[in-house]
Design a protein around this ligand. Structure first.
Ligand SMILES: Nc1ncnc2c1ncn2[C@@H]1O[C@H](COP(=O)(O)OP(=O)(O)OP(=O)(O)O)[C@@H](O)[C@H]1O
Ligand SMILES: [Mg+2]
Length: 376
């Protein structure tokens, strides 16, 4: 565990960049530092790998004061990723990624093999191996930066606004990739951003910092949204806090309807018995139970269901795993106003209307507000 204990950084000109900051960064999870420009995020991150030394206070790694550890071995245990990736422009992608293993004395072949393995891990096509950084998009360059930081398999990854320079769609992809990598490799990640949405999306724990390098709140995202510590945090979270909170309400308790589901090989009686029961449409599945599409009323004929004539089922949500917000998105985007719920294998477990999801959201909000009143 990384423990920051009452750390202050005063630059030679007197600027206090970080002011008595204390944080316990849990292992094998993502801790996000978020806050306005100049609040001391980068300074904090760089004190963790000793690119900057604190003026006061201590930082320990697994109980050992990092100021007593040799800088080289400390940095080797911490990958570092920055905005615009900071790649070596005169080296190919594969050699950029192989940099640290080469420094550690690995043979060229072994280092390149490791680099190719990491390219796959971060979602880079193997054909990019011989390209130079200028021949890649911004998002691809960031992936190379992440792969390079992972090359020597450090237990800790420090990331300073790594995705800020790419457009929102690419950024979302990179965030998903990072969550997947973290889950697979179990790294301890400290991630700096000034984007609260990114913080909420990625963080297991989120530290909100304020100008002057002070900690405003350190909490899991759901807690930040439900109980901001003060008006600074509340303002920083913005006005759509209620909508963001929806992401934390699970779809588990949603009541699903199963009657309108018919398999593609259903008989005329089966179809007739299901039509018009409670839902104006029937959802047709393949023989494995995966969704094919909605059928308009009276449109189904046994034995002659044409997948091409069905209405799109949109994007299904995973019942119990996805949030109420995700379920609502599905219903809103569905041509019938009904969302399709599937299990982890993509098999249909039921359908649910936009109206039912809306009611579930309202009652989840009401329940949460009651809890907050009780908690004071
Ligand atoms: N070498 C330095 N000398 C003096 N002041 C500095 C130095 N480096 C940073 N600062 C100041 O310390 C404060 C914190 O800077 P830091 O770079 O840690 O902020 P940040 O939260 O990362 O900001 P941003 O979101 O803009 O990257 C700022 O006021 C900055 O101007
Ligand atoms: Mg910074």
């Amino acid at each position: 565990m990384i423990r920051i204990d009452s750390v202050t950084k005063r630059y030679p000109d007197g600027t206090v960049a970080v002011d008595r900051l204390s944080l316990e960064i849990p292992d094998r999870s993502i801790t996000v530092l978020v806050g306005p420009s100049g609040c001391g995020k980068t300074t904090t991150l760089r004190m963790i790998n000793r690119m900057i030394e604190p003026s006061e206070g201590t930082i320990t790694l697994d109980g050992v004061d990092i100021s007593r550890q040799p800088v080289n071995s400390l940095r080797r245990s911490m990958g570092y990723v920055i905005q615009n990736a900071g790649l070596f422009q005169h080296r190919t992608v594969v050699d950029n990624i192989a940099t640290v293993p080469r420094l550690l004395g690995w043979s060229k072949d072994k280092a390149r093999e490791r680099a190719r393995e990491l390219m796959e891990r971060v979602g880079l096509d193997p054909s990019f191996a011989k390209r130079y950084p200028y021949q890649l998009s911004g998002g691809q360059q960031q992936r190379v930066g992440v792969a390079r930081a992972l090359a020597a398999d450090p237990p800790v990854l420090l990331m300073d606004e790594p995705f800020s320079a790419v457009d929102p769609i690419v950024r979302k992809g990179l965030q998903e990739e990072l969550l997947r990598i973290q889950e697979e490799l179990g790294k301890t990640i400290v991630f700096v951003t000034h984007d609260i949405d990114e913080a909420i999306r990625l963080g297991t724990m989120v530290a909100v910092m304020r100008t002057g390098g002070r900690l405003a709140q350190f909490a899991p995202p759901a807690e930040l949204l439900s109980s901001p510590a003060d008006s600074f945090v509340e303002d920083f979270l913005g006005t759509d806090r209620g909508i963001r909170r929806l992401s934390f309400f699970t779809s588990e308790a949603l009541e699903l309807k199963k009657t309108p589901i018919v398999a593609v090989d259903s008989s005329a009686e089966q179809i007739a018995s299901r039509e018009g029961t409670d839902v104006p449409y029937l959802l047709v599945t393949d023989l494995e139970g995966r969704p094919l599409g909605w059928s308009a009323p009276g449109d189904l004929t046994a034995g002659r269901i044409e997948a091409g004539r069905l209405l799109s089922y949109g994007r299904p949500f995973v019942h119990g795993k996805d949030s109420l917000r995700a379920a609502l998105d599905c219903a809103v985007l569905s041509p019938t106003g009904w969302a399709v719920a599937v299990d982890g294998d993509g098999r249909v477990v039921g359908v649910v209307s936009q109206q039912t999801i809306g009611e579930a959201i309202r009652s989840a909000h009401a329940a949460q507000e009651r809890d907050e009143k009780v908690a004071g």
